[in-house]
Structure formats: C-alpha cells, structure tokens
Design a protein around this ligand. Structure first.
Ligand SMILES: O=C[C@H](O)COP(=O)(O)O
Length: 291
C-alpha cells in the first residue's frame, strides 16, 4: 500500500456518535435477550483466550492454571477454549501442557502492556516467543503516537511487527480506554487492519477503562468498512475486565449486528479474559434448570 493516510481518507466515522447511542440502546439491546442461551455460552467458551497475565505468575501457578482449565472443560463437557494467553517466558511450558488439545498458545509480545521500548526489542521478543512455540501474539499499538496522529509511524511499526510475526496470528491491541475518541479508535483499527493484523483487540486489562460496548461498536464499524473496501475479514478480540457472561453476550451481539454471523467463530471473534469461565459454568446450570 502506498500511504496509510491516503487509505484512511476513504473511510468515514462522522455520523457514528449518534448511531452508536441509538443502536446500542435500541435494536442491539433487543437482540441481546434472544442471544442469551447455552448455545452462545458454548460459543463464548470456544472463542475464549483464557488468560493469566499477573505479576505474580510463576511456572508452578501457570501449570496449575492450565491443568485446572483442562479439568473444568472435561468435567463440564465444554468445547476447547481458543487459546491460553500468558507472558512470553511461559510460552513453551503452556505449549507442552496443551499437547493433545486443539487449544493454541497466545503470548503477549512487544513489551506488553505499555509497549514503550525500542522497536528492536519488541521484534526480538515477538521472535523469541514464536521460536518458543507461540501460535498467536498479542501486541499493543503505540498509543501516544495514535493520539498525536503520527499514523504513518504507527503503521510502519506494525508492519515491522507483522513481518517478525510471519506465520502466526497477530492481534493488535488498541488500549481503547486511553484512546478515548471515536476518531482515534476508528483510525487505529484501520491502521492495524492495513498493517496485516488478524485481530484488533480492545484492551490489555491493565488500565482503568477496558472493553466497552461503544468502543467495540467503533472497531466493528471500522472492520466492516475495511471488509467492504478490501474483501478481507479481520477479527475482533474484546478484552479487559470481562467477568460476566452477560457482557460477553452483549459483545457477541454487537459483533453479529455490525459484522454478521460469519464473524462469530474463533477465527474472527475472541474474548480475552482471566475470569469469565466460572460465570459461564454458573449460568449454564441456571439456564438448564430454568429451561
Ligand atoms: O489480554 C488481556 C486480557 O484478556 C485481560 O483479561 P482480564 O482483564 O480478564 O484479566
């Protein structure tokens, strides 16, 4: 592509603010109740990036985290989650402990969560994670540069990261709670898509504001327009503070409403979460009992 600024000029977000409020409170709100069913709870499990990104994580705690997950899935006859997501140093450990399942190993790379280091260090970390067995890498965009509209710089860095992550799934995290405006979330989504991201991800879970219905709406709209222009489907990962299945179903409904049912597979929809599975199990039982 010639120039990211020329590419962005094709897209429009001017009427989004009114539409978001109108649709989230109206038509989308009405679509949530019928989507609240065990079939979609299972879909949420299969789209889950089951995550542990704590400063206290150790080899021992991560092994327990993975084995408890596998036990819960088996005991409740649930589908495999999409991936287990951890810090880079646990890559090979997770990979080994997932042998015999379809579950992928996701690693946060490029100096998650602040991403404030040298590009060479970011690239080296991504490459090391892949060499250790990562199937998927989640990296944070240079948030400050997006806010200053240094779009060319942000795009070039992501292209370099895309090259370093050749052959694996790349998720670009926008940290939407820090981007704040529709313009920056919309443009950052498109920059990620043009740089070759497989998924645009909302948040790290490490700042006060994470995924929200409004920002998920904006990302979906950017990806809808990107698909209309290029024919390419880019996935969306909602993440950060998602502890209740009600919230996951709300996001699933927004994605379906804007992007369509074809996005509702682990190839195009992910939920990054450290705590959602327990609530899914609880709600599945409640829904079964109450019919
Ligand atoms: O990558 C970030 C995680 O998906 C955040 O998950 P959490 O806020 O549930 O810990």
């Amino acid at each position: 592509m010639e120039n990211i600024l020329d590419a962005l000029a094709i897209y429009g977000y001017s009427n989004l603010e009114d539409r978001i409020e109108f649709e989230l409170d109206g038509v989308i709100e009405k679509e949530i109740a019928p989507a609240y069913c065990n079939e979609n709870f299972e879909l949420c499990v299969s789209c889950m990036d089951y995550t542990s990104l704590k400063v206290t994580d150790t080899e021992k705690s991560i092994m327990t985290f993975v084995s408890e997950l596998l036990k819960k899935l088996k005991k409740n006859t649930l589908p495999d989650v999409a991936s287990v997501c951890v810090f880079p140093r646990f890559t090979s450990l997770v990979k080994e402990n997932l042998v015999g399942t379809q579950i992928k190993t996701t690693v946060v790379g490029a100096c998650f969560p602040a991403a404030q280091t040298f590009l060479d260090v970011k690239l080296a970390e991504c490459k090391a994670a892949i060499a250790a067995g990562a199937d998927e890498v989640d990296v944070v965009i240079s948030v400050g540069d997006v806010l200053e509209r240094n779009y060319e710089k942000v795009y070039k860095e992501l292209v370099a990261i895309r090259e370093a992550c050749a052959g694996v799934i790349l998720k670009v995290i926008l940290e939407t709670g820090e981007l704040k405006t529709i313009e920056s979330v919309f443009n950052a989504s498109l920059i990620g898509a043009y740089a070759g991201a497989d998924f645009i991800k909302t948040s790290t879970g490490k700042v006060p504001v994470n995924a929200t219905p409004e920002t998920v709406y904006v990302i979906c709209e950017a990806l809808r327009q990107f698909h209309a222009q290029t024919g390419k489907m880019v996935g969306i990962k909602v993440a950060g503070g998602i502890t209740k299945i009600q919230n996951a179903i709300r996001y699933l409904t927004i994605v379906k409403h804007i992007l369509g049912e074809q996005w509702l597979t682990p190839a195009y929809f992910r939920i990054g979460t450290s705590q959602l599975l327990e609530d899914v199990l609880k709600e599945m039982k409640t829904v079964k009992i109450n019919g």
